[in-house]
Design a protein around this ligand. Structure first.
Ligand SMILES: [Zn+2]
Length: 160
């Protein structure tokens, strides 16, 4: 169960092998625009994340709506789109929460951020803002945005 990750270039080769008359440029354009839609948080009409590979041909839709199957088995998905789906697994989405009890931090696409899992960069330890509760929200979001980056940059940094 689950998607098989594949790059756009690899998938284009696989697809054209079984559909040799299909126009390669059309296919690439379709994949690119589906991936862009996916990254912009555009969802299927049912609300689920779109399946980039299927959407490239069939228009924006999730795996289930496009194929009629509940779960992917031996189906491909563009690798960068899988990574994002995986990283949101198990996280609460703001739309699923009791509206009166929403607190904390959320990503742009509405997933809850677990503040405890964000590493505090060494830079923050020597910064004046680290002890300032008014700066905490901004600091947390800055750290979250860069948590997967090799180098941490902060424009609000003020040396202690
Ligand atoms: Zn759907």
């Amino acid at each position: 169960m689950g998607f098989i990750p594949i790059s756009i270039d690899q998938y284009v080769k696989v697809y054209l092998k079984s559909n040799p008359t299909f126009n390669e440029n059309e296919l690439r354009k379709g994949l690119q625009s589906a991936l862009t839609n996916y990254n912009n948080g555009i969802t299927c009409s049912c609300g689920a994340a779109i399946w980039v590979i299927g959407s490239a041909i069939a228009g924006n839709g999730c795996f289930t709506c496009i194929t009629g199957e509940s779960y992917p088995t031996d189906d491909y998905e563009i690798d960068s789109a899988i990574k994002k789906k995986e990283s949101n697994k198990g996280k609460r989405h703001i739309d699923d929460m009791d509206k009166t009890k929403i607190s904390g931090f959320f990503t742009d696409d509405g997933y809850e951020i677990n503040v405890d899992l964000i590493p505090k960069p060494a830079l923050c330890i020597t910064c004046q803002n680290v002890d300032n509760p008014e700066e905490e929200i901004l600091c947390t979001l800055t750290r979250h945005d860069q948590k997967d980056d090799e180098n941490f940059n902060c424009f609000a940094y003020r040396k202690k």
